[in-house]
Design a protein around this ligand. Structure first.
Ligand code: AHM
Ligand code: MG
Length: 336
């Protein structure tokens, strides 16, 4: 059984034993966790907290913002800007970066987040989550700009998500494996409930939005057709399908019992990108999945190797059980 220690104790132990987590980074993660706790409370209140429904505004990607998208964004900014460990933040819900105001000390870290992922599930009481990624600002240079954020996923100092489902679970990596913490609502603290998380190499479960089938690229159709052919088809086994439409919840299932998740590029998009955002959705999830022994590609290349050119850049995503991700990727490379 996993030792039932608090997130604080876990972080301090990691800092002492592995020297992997500098003090500033530890404090930053504690603050992110505290913000997630507050978001969890708002999510749980639902209609009683008057937090459901739309806010009547659009974000930079032209998507209608839900009240909870905005609340979660504000909670994360307010919680993080005064601590002295950050230089700036970037979010799915803000067009530009949020530089830490100069009334506060400036730190060296950069925090990116999707404050509430799976927005279409907010009002229907289905799991949603917060995704975050931490980078370090390059040394030297005055001030901080959007360019400081444009680092590949391999440069992430930490990444994680918090899923607001039947339980609120925080999942973290610093590049030394993946740990999960369940929120103990009575104590008000995150408690370690799983360490050394591993995704099985093989799986019989895939996740994709099948309603987009007519728009798919041939290698995606090939992969799904073969899976659907079941035990008498080329894969020789029956597959199950799940699609929660909250990446956080789909990735959480994959970290828990394996599976493969695809949000591929499809023919509606001229520039070969997918729907999901590279910097604060794909990269942090890719980091977690790789740290759990899985793989993550854009159907051709490792996601974490991609050099971002824009803060809100989109990317195709294939992640999860290693052998399945390799298969999907190979089908794309074979097709040229
Ligand atoms: P969001 O950040 O606006 O919530 O969009 C991202 C979500 C992912 O969580 C999920 O995998 C995907 O969009 C679902 O998309 P679709 O509605 O096309 O199935
Ligand atoms: Mg999102």
């Amino acid at each position: 059984m996993t030792r039932r220690i608090s997130l604080t104790q876990y972080l301090i132990e990691q800092q002492r034993e592995h020297g992997q987590i500098p003090q500033e980074l530890r404090l930053l993660i504690e603050v992110v966790a505290r913000a997630c706790k507050r978001i969890s409370i708002s999510v749980t209140k639902g209609a009683l907290g008057e937090v459901l429904g739309t806010a009547g505004s659009e974000n930079v990607q032209g998507e209608i913002q839900k009240k909870l998208d905005i609340i979660a964004n504000e909670v994360l900014i307010e919680a993080n800007e005064w601590g002295g460990h950050l230089a700036a933040m970037a979010s799915e819900e803000m067009e530009g970066i949020h530089v830490v105001p100069n009334r506060y000390p400036q730190g060296e870290y950069l925090l990116m987040f999707d404050p509430l992922d799976g927005s279409s599930n907010i009002d229907v009481n289905v799991s949603i989550g917060t995704i975050f990624s931490v980078l370090k600002k390059a040394e030297g240079g005055k001030g901080v700009s959007e360019d400081d954020f444009l680092q590949p996923g391999t440069a992430q100092a930490a990444a994680g998500y918090c899923v607001y489902g039947p339980q609120t679970t925080l999942v973290l990596t610093f590049g030394q494996g993946v740990a999960m913490f369940t929120l103990d609502r009575e104590q008000g603290s995150f408690v370690l409930t799983s360490e050394g998380v591993k995704i099985p190499e093989d799986t019989k479960e895939f996740a994709i939005n099948m309603s987009n089938m007519r728009h798919w690229d041939a290698p995606v159709s090939r992969y799904i057709d073969e899976a659907l052919a079941g035990s008498t088809g080329p894969r020789g086994k029956d597959f199950n399908m799940r699609w929660i439409a909250s990446m956080v919840a789909d990735v959480h299932r994959i970290l828990t019992r394996g599976g493969v998740f695809l949000y591929p590029w499809d023919k509606r998009e001229p520039n070969k990108a997918g729907k999901l955002r590279l910097m604060y959705e794909a990269n942090p999830m890719a980091f977690l999945v790789e740290q759990a022994g899985g793989a993550a590609t854009n159907a051709r290349q490792r996601i974490m190797d991609l050099q971002p050119t824009q803060l809100h850049e989109r990317v195709a995503v294939v992640l999860g059980s290693k052998k399945e991700v390799e298969r999907v990727t190979a089908y794309h490379l074979e097709a040229g």
